[in-house]
Every structure is written in C-alpha cells, then in structure tokens.
Design a protein around this ligand. Structure first.
Ligand code: ZN
Length: 254
C-alpha cells in the first residue's frame, strides 16, 4: 500500500515537542508502517509537491496531523483530498486534525470539542470490540499524559465508535470514530498531543496499523464479527449479534 503522512511540522522549536519527537511526528508515524508499506512524509513546507494531484491519485491512505497551521493548507489541496476520499482513498485524522480543512469538510459540522491541557491520564476503552480496528488492542489501556478532549464533539453521528476515552478530570470523548464518504472510509483518532510521546505507545501503534487496513478498503463494512481476545473480559459474539443485518453476511437460518 502507498501511505502519505502529512504533518504540518511547524512546532519543531517547542522544547517539549522536541523531547517527545526528536525527528518530528511524521517520522514517528512513518516508523509504524514502513516495514509493511510504502510511506512518504509531507510537511507544510512541501505540501504543494507532496499532496499534488498526482501523488494523491497514487495514495491508498492519507494520514493527517495538524494543529496551528490548518488555515495554511491551500483550499485546492483540501478539495482534492476530499474528492479522493469520496472515490475510495482512506484517510486517518489524528488529534488536533479535528479542525483540519479536510476533516471538517468531510464531516460538514464544526468538529468543535472541549479541551484542557493539564497532563491528565487517559484510559482508552474499546467500545466496539468486534470492529477490525479494535483487534489486538488492550481493553482500557492507559496513556499517562494526554491533553483532555471532552464531549460534546460536534461531528456527524459516526458509523462506529470503536474507542471512548476517559480522562482523570471525569470527561469522556469519542476517541476513535469511523465514517464513510462515498466509496471511501475515514477514521478519527483522538490521542496524539504534540508534547507527549503517544505515537510510541504499543496499543496506539496497533490501532493505527489496524486503521490503515480498515480505511484502505472501499465501501461499507462487510466483515463478520470477530471476538477481541485481548479484551479485559474476553467475550464471544452472542448469537443475537450474528443475526444483525448490518454486520453479518450469512442468511439467518432460524
Ligand atoms: Zn493537542
């Protein structure tokens, strides 16, 4: 697969960011996928070449991290990214990319949320253990420090909420949300504040590898339910789930 990772990369001089990611977020993300996939990285400085129509036409998946330079992304690039997603290119939006041009355009809502920077711990609960993105992820895994993102998250109702984050301050947040647009799929994942080494966490890396595989597929969800062996309380899909017409391909036999 061909993956493009976009990171605006304009925070390199922030000491806490440098400490968390000496080589930038894009290179940390690249290390998750490069053994299996062809990965290129793009920053705001190289956006015109890196996210040209030609490059986007070749991409299977685009991963997006942005924070303070959303407005610097050219409108033409945003429009073409959204067109490619509706044609079937997968996209993953990370953390503060909730306010990025392509995410807000695809969602069609303000994508606003509540937030607080207080170095709080987050626990990431799997709320859809049968979803492909949840496979192999430890139920309720803990991130020692993360920026709090809280509800209400002003997005369209997701097609699946695979993860829900809980923060020490008591807030909760839909941390892993799946969406469809035309032929394409996109996924929003909340953890990933620039001053914490979140993308080095093994569960986060597993989620992102799963997410790349999921968004790269076209069209609606067709996979059968599968149990998540790593759930805190392992469970098999009950019979009633197997009859769920949205998720189970086989005919009812009853
Ligand atoms: Zn942040």
């Amino acid at each position: 697969m061909k993956i493009i990772i976009y990171n605006e990369d304009v925070l390199q001089n922030l000491p806490a960011h440098k400490k968390a990611y000496a080589n930038g977020i894009h290179n940390e993300l690249k290390s998750i996928f490069e053994a299996e996939h062809e990965v290129t990285t793009v920053t705001l400085a190289t956006i015109n070449e890196g996210l040209s129509r030609e490059e986007l036409d070749k991409a299977d998946v685009l991963i997006w991290w942005g924070h303070i330079a959303h407005d610097k992304v050219p409108d033409e690039i945003n429009a073409y990214v959204c067109k490619r997603v509706s044609e079937g290119m997968g996209a993953i939006f990370l953390h503060s990319a909730h306010f990025s041009k392509p995410f807000t355009t695809l969602c069609g809502t303000p994508c606003s949320l509540r937030w607080r920077e207080a170095n709080e711990a987050e626990r990431v609960w799997t709320t859809d253990p049968f979803h492909p993105i949840a496979q192999g992820v430890e139920q309720g895994f803990r991130l020692d420090h993360e920026e709090m993102y809280g509800e209400h998250f002003y997005i369209p109702t997701p097609d699946a909420v695979v993860f829900t984050g809980w923060f020490e301050g008591g807030e909760v947040f839909r941390s892993g949300c799946c969406f469809h647009k035309g032929e394409g799929r996109y996924f929003y994942f909340q953890p990933g504040h620039e001053t914490f080494p979140i993308y080095k966490d093994k569960n986060v890396r597993r989620i992102l590898r799963n997410a790349v595989d999921w968004v790269a597929k076209k069209g609606p969800e067709t996979s059968d339910f599968v149990g998540n062996k790593d759930c805190l309380h392992p469970i098999k899909p009950p019979e009633k789930f197997k009859r769920n017409r949205f998720f189970y391909k086989e005919k009812e036999t009853e």
